[in-house]
Each structure stands twice: as C-alpha cells, then as structure tokens.
Design a protein around this ligand. Structure first.
Ligand SMILES: *Cc1c(COP(=O)(O)O)cnc(C)c1O
Length: 424
C-alpha cells in the first residue's frame, strides 16, 4: 500500500505543528509508523491522500455515528452557512437544540451549549463546586474527561497511550483536589468519601468507560455510586461525551435507568462540528451566570452552523430508534466474528462491548479497570493495528481507545474486517 503522500505531509506537518498533529493520539506514536492524512470520507470509508480506502472504525472518535457525509447533516450545514457562520446573539435553533436534548434525556431541566467535551466537563465541575461550596472531586483511573487541569490525574485516552504519569503544567494544588479510585471499585469510592467528609463536590464518571479501551460498569456499580452521591451531597456527573446518544436515545442514563445530577455531552451532539453541552437539575443549573455567579461563557457557543449540524444529527437519532438496534446487531456480529477467529488462532484476548462501542485487548485476564487494561499485551495490539491498516481497516491507533461503529458499516464491511483478522 503506497503511503507516499501521507509520509510527505507528515514530514511537512512536523515542521509547523507540534508532533505534526493537533491532537496527540493522531500521531500513531505508540503504535509506531506514520499517521494517514485523510483527503475525504464517505459513508463507512476513509480515503487517504494516496487514494487508499479504509473501513473507518474511529468515526472521528465517535461523532460520525451515521457514517461520513450523512446527507441531512451536510444539507443543514450548507444552508446554515449561507445565513452567516456566527452572530454572537441568541437564535431560534438554540431553543430547538435544547428542546431535543431534553426530549432525549428527560431528567435534564436546563442545558448550556459549549464547544467541546473538555469545556462541558470543566464547566460541570466548576458548577458542582460552586453549588456545593466544596473543592474536591472524585474521578476514576483511566477515565478521560478532556484536558482541563483537574482531569489530568490518572487520565485515559492519549495520556494513557503516551504513558504520561503526571502532567507538567498542572499545579500540585489543583491535582491534589482530584481524588481517584479504580473503575468498578465501590469500596475505594466509599473510603474516599469517608476520608473527606463534606469536602467532595462532585463525582465524575464515564458510565461506560471508553478511554482505556471499552470497559463496562459491573452490574450495580452505577446504582451504588448514585446512592453514595445522594447520601453524601455529592453532585453526580455522568460524562456522556462518548456514550451520549450512542448507546441509546437517552444515552447511558436511559440504558442503566440512572439519573445523574449533571450530564456532559460532546462528540455526536455536534454531528462532526465542535460542540459540547452540559445540563441537569434546575436547582444546580440556575447557579450559572447570568442567573447565578458561577461564570461560564463562550464567544462561539451555540454557533449556528454547529447547532444546525447537531440538531439534525440528534433529530435523526430521536426519530429512528431502530438505528441503535442496528448498530448493536452489527457490532455484535463484528465482535463475535473477531472473537471466533482469534480463538481459532489461539490468541488470548478480551473483547469488551456495549452497543456500538467495543475494544480488543490481548492477554489472558479480564479487562475491568485501568490496571488490567495496562497489563495487556500492547506490543501485540500494535502489530494487530498495523496488520489491519494494511488490510484497509482503520482502527484507533491505541489499545486505550474504544472502536466506534457507524450506521454506514454494512454486513459486507464487517465480513471484510473479520477476514482481515483471519490473515493476522
Ligand atoms: C472525548 C471525550 C472528552 C473530551 O471531549 P473533547 O471534545 O475532545 O474536548 C471528555 N470526556 C469523554 C468521555 C470523552 O470521550
């Protein structure tokens, strides 16, 4: 497979952009080799600058749930752009956007739009601190909530991929307010709460973790978290930046029948444009400026092109719940197919999956938290990744990332992917 143009562009990019990329995991640093430069995409497929075609299992890290160039979203963007790309004043579309979010996640009373998942999580934590008058937060090892200072403690995603232990630039006094517990370990959460009574403002969690590979909450884990937070006056924040509108119409909240106090969104909510949102209980949300003094703002928040794209995407998902069943079925077939082939080959592995999120870890042991994810054979993953890439299958270039299946991926694509694994 000829990748000359990607190689040339990466050499050029490194002269001007740190590491040649605008977000670290894109650089292929942990798997080795050169990243692909993408020219365009359609449906299930990416096309690189050398004209090679790949089945896309990243889907922009989640947003492209319908696949690329989904007609209604493209049309919405085009027609919004003609009316100006920004006003910095309220628009009718923002009202509709808030309404559709509330219809999909009915426990949300008020919602504010921002420009990324990072901003959503950062703002939700500030709000929880302002509301409770407490400073500490609990997060889980290997969970990723964006790159705000408070979250870069035992973080997943690129921080895990690059093996960064502690992030220079995050002040110690900020990091010390972030308490961490292993995912799926309720006892660890209990002891943190006992150790710091009346000091914990919020507990933030990915209800299904997707930034250390895909890791499912064990039965009852989220419900226990919910009741611990309620009993101790801790604001429960579900970070649904990844799971929101991917696992079900109402996201993980609906799937697990648990209401968080605040919820953050990103990725799918913008239909591929830079959008995030946080929302929740009226009593808490009313503390935000201009109603309250917890300040939060954004020049481009609620941007009309982004709202047009996001609204169209959410409306599609709201009106077509069968999409979630289709995605589940297709991903199930994929996971089973890969499992069978790896088993025939005698390669020890774990495939964790929920709906259209999944990941493949190599090793004998179950993967239930960050420690078990880190113990997997990542050399094997790197070989697997490059093998699949050469077969025209674009997987996340890290074992610490989830795969995302789009609605454009067909049975035939799944079959081709499984056949590619057979050649590994
Ligand atoms: C991607 C992600 C974020 C950060 O979103 P950005 O838009 O990259 O800032 C936060 N939380 C989770 C769970 C994510 O997957």
């Amino acid at each position: 497979m000829n990748r000359n143009n990607s190689e040339r562009l990466f050499a050029e990019a490194q002269k001007h952009i740190p590491g040649g990329v605008n977000s670290p995991v894109r650089a292929f640093k942990s798997v080795g080799g050169n990243p692909l430069f993408i020219k365009h995409a359609k449906g299930a497929y990416l096309y690189d600058e050398d004209g090679n075609r790949y089945i896309d299992y990243i889907n922009s890290w989640g947003p492209m749930i319908m696949g690329h160039t989904y007609g209604p979203v493209v049309e919405a963007i085009r027609s919004a752009a003609e009316k100006s790309s920004s006003f910095g004043a309220p628009t009718e579309l923002e009202v509709h956007m808030a309404e559709v979010i509330k219809e999909m996640a009915p426990n949300i009373d008020l919602v504010r739009m921002v420009n990324s998942g990072t901003e959503a999580c950062m703002s939700a934590v500030r709000l929880a601190r302002g509301y409770t008058g407490r400073n500490r937060i609990i997060k889980f090892e290997g969970c990723y909530h964006g790159h705000a200072d408070a979250f870069l403690v035992s973080a997943g995603s690129g921080v895990a991929t690059l093996g960064i232990q502690s992030v220079p630039g995050v002040p110690g006094h900020v990091a010390q307010d972030t308490l961490t517990a292993p995912y799926n370990n309720i006892e660890a959460v209990k002891s943190l709460i006992e150790k710091y009574p009346n000091e914990i403002a919020a507990l933030i969690i990915e209800p299904v973790a997707g930034n250390m590979g895909c890791i499912l909450p064990e039965p009852g884990f989220l419900a226990q978290i919910r009741s611990l937070c309620t009993r101790n006056g801790i604001v429960l924040i579900f970070d649904e930046v990844m799971t929101g509108f991917r696992l079900a119409r109402g996201g993980a909240q609906e799937l697990f029948a648990i209401n968080a106090d605040l919820v953050t969104y990103g990725k799918i909510i913008g239909g591929g444009l830079p959008v995030g949102a946080f929302g929740g209980k009226r009593e808490i949300m009313e503390k935000i400026a201009p109603l309250g003094n917890v300040y939060q703002a954004g020049t481009l928040s609620g941007n009309p092109i982004a709202m047009a794209a996001g609204y169209q995407m959410l409306t599609t998902l709201k009106n077509h719940p069968e999409i979630f069943a289709d995605l589940d079925k297709r991903t199930h077939t994929l996971a089973d197919g890969i499992h069978d082939v790896l088993e025939q080959k005698g390669i020890p592995h774990t495939i964790n999956r929920l709906g259209s999120m999944m990941s493949v870890h190599f090793g004998k042991d179950k993967v239930t938290d960050f420690d078990s994810a880190k113990k997997c054979d990542n050399q094997m993953f790197n070989k697997f990744f490059h093998h699949m890439l050469n077969e025209g299958v674009y997987l996340p270039p890290s074992a610490f990332e989830s795969w995302f299946i789009s609605h454009s991926i067909s049975e035939a694509d799944v079959h081709a992917t499984v056949e590619a694994v057979r050649k590994f």
